[in-house]
Design a protein around this ligand. Structure first.
Ligand SMILES: Nc1ncnc2c1ncn2[C@@H]1O[C@H](COP(=O)(O)OP(=O)(O)OP(=O)(O)O)[C@@H](O)[C@H]1O
Length: 393
């Protein structure tokens, strides 16, 4: 961190905009296959032919950002090929009816057009005229499309997919639906017949390694170099891997950085990430939870906190040594190894710690158990227990 010429005092985030959920990176990590598939499906659009596709996957798997990236890419390709392509993303959680969606599309061309009083056919006529005048091929992206189908808007899908029934090279309207759930079975027969069922692009949940790469690429884009400790990236990736959710990873990254900036630290530390996770997804009542814990478990938890220190994790061997020292400090006889392991198991069961068996980092070739605390601020836990046990803080 020192020696970094761009580093300015407590500044960590270089570009807040590039941390926002709406930012569309030039390069998407681990979504090349989906982008390629979209490119294949929509190739006919470059020849004036409309297409449809459904992007399917659970929360935070990059469906929206991939759709946006794809639309930007095909617009540039269209320019090179001499074809005018534009796109519009509509979130169906905000535009909840057929009328609201059609109004949004029409407003794209005719800002300020009245919200009320127009029938669907009038909206469609106006949209068709706008496309025709501009010789435009438009891709409509309906994000969270299941929201609108739940409200019975099959007609909307039908009219949008049938928009130019007669092929017209000058203008067309294509459709991308984004959903967390399969929804084509909710379409009525006529809507389904116009929606190509084969054009499904699946988005699997990200694993920890993929999330790590995504976080790393965002750090490169949005942070001053050298301001995020390596271990933080692992912690964020591990924490979001349970759901495979990149949005949660982005939120953790931003919140951790804001905590570090607020504290005027020179960089993001694992403790900032733990605090961010606690703020983001727990009810913040670790003090209450801790107050219900018995003496022996608290002593083991304290040993884990001490052993982790400023790192992201510790090993069971280091923790057992820390436990023996803490027991001596408290003038209690340390329990044997079997009981110590039982305490670790209990702490894991109660959600305080996570354990993972890895190859010994010291090169012995053996296996060792790593212990993480990813949901709670270690400094705070340590402070509370040491105060209660009258230990030197
Ligand atoms: N492969 C990726 N590379 C870079 N950033 C990504 C990638 N995947 C997701 N992100 C980022 O993660 C966040 C969430 O992604 P996105 O909104 O696309 O998810 P989603 O699948 O549409 O989620 P939801 O179903 O909840 O709407 C965004 O900030 C996005 O930029």
């Amino acid at each position: 961190m020192a020696g970094n010429p761009k580093y300015q005092g407590e500044k960590i985030i270089k570009d807040y905009g590039k941390l926002s959920f709406d930012y569309v990176p030039e390069v998407l990590v681990h979504r090349e296959a989906q982008l390629q598939r979209l490119q294949t499906i929509f190739k006919p659009v470059l020849h004036g032919v409309r297409r449809t596709a459904l992007l399917l996957g659970s929360v935070g798997t990059g469906k929206t950002v991939t759709a946006k990236r794809f639309c930007q890419n095909i617009t540039s390709e269209g320019t090179l090929a001499g074809i005018n392509i534009t796109s519009l993303l509509i979130n169906c959680r905000e535009k909840r009816s057929e009328h609201a969606v059609l109004h949004a599309i029409n407003s794209f061309f005719n800002p300020g057009c009245p919200d009320r009083g127009l029938a669907p056919e009038e909206f469609l006529r106006s949209i068709r005229r706008s496309l025709e005048e501009r010789k435009l091929h438009m891709i409509i992206v309906l994000d969270e499309a299941d929201e609108i189908l739940r409200r019975g808007a099959d007609d909307l899908i039908y009219v949008l997919t049938r928009f130019n029934e007669e092929f017209c090279q000058d203008y067309s309207l294509s459709l991308i639906l984004i959903s967390q759930r399969y929804l084509l079975d909710q379409l009525d027969k006529s809507a389904l017949s116009t929606f190509c069922k084969a054009n499904i692009v699946s988005f699997e949940r990200y694993d920890a390694a993929e999330l790590r790469d995504i976080v790393l690429s965002r750090i490169d884009l949005a942070f001053y170099p050298g301001t995020v400790e390596e271990e933080c990236i692992d912690l964020i990736a591990e924490s979001s891997a349970d759901w495979g959710d990149a949005r949660f990873a982005m939120e953790l990254l931003e919140t951790s950085a804001l905590i570090a900036e607020e504290r005027r630290l020179s960089g993001v530390t694992p403790e900032c990430v733990r605090e961010a996770k606690n703020m983001t997804c727990s009810d913040g009542s670790y003090e209450t939870k801790l107050s219900k814990m018995d003496y022996n478990h608290k002593l083991v938890l304290l040993s884990i906190c001490r052993s982790i220190g400023r790192s992201a994790y510790t090993t069971s061997i280091a923790t057992e040594n820390a436990y023996k020292i803490a027991s001596e400090e408290c003038k209690t006889a340390a329990k044997g190894t079997t009981t110590f392991w039982k305490y670790l198991k209990d702490l894991a069961k109660d959600g305080w710690i996570e354990q993972k068996v890895i190859t010994d980092p010291n090169g012995s070739g053996g296996r060792t158990t790593c212990i993480y605390i990813s949901d709670f601020p270690i400094g705070e836990l340590r402070y509370i227990i040491e105060k209660e046990f009258n230990l030197t803080i």
